[in-house]
Write a protein that binds this ligand. Sequence first.
Ligand code: HEC
Length: 152
Amino acid sequence: MPHRFSVALALVLGAGAFSSLMPAVAETVEDERQEIVLTAEERAFVLKEMRGFLNSVEGVISAVANDKAADAEAAAKASGMSVMHEVPQSLRKKLPMAFMKMGHMTHQNFDKLAQEAASLGDKAEILKQLDTILNTCNTCHAQFRLSQSREQ
Ligand code: HEC
């Protein structure tokens, strides 16, 4: 038995070493998501906003988990509609309508969550709203990907 185990382990390790020698394979994997081509600067802008979204999600969960629902207000507001005013005009033109709509909805829903946190602060309601927001994150991630144009 121990012998059979080590043979299996050797096979797994062998396969691992083999795949690490073939990084090009990853690039040929089919990606069905729609590509949005942006300049380096525009792509960095979108990804920064995304990291802001994840920060807000963490802030909201942390507030609820620590029984300080009111603290979820600031975390959610950081990804509210006010952030949208910073979106450069050139970028707006390149983003497909469905992308813009889901982005807009996410900012709006963070504002709504901030309102709930500041008023009733009902933890179950806050989590329910966060669930709705995360659903949109996943829908958009399943549909789109970003790539960088050669200019710049
Ligand atoms: C309107 C579409 C859309 C919505 C809504 C959206 N994302 Fe994204 N997100 C993207 C795209 C496109 C990428 C880049 C994916 C790629 O190129 O492979 C991305 C990337 C990210 C990244 C990686 C950032 C980096 O620096 O590489 C994180 C983290 C992220 N999203 C979090 C979130 C969270 C959390 C939410 C919801 C609160 C969310 N996103 C909502 C479209 C969206």
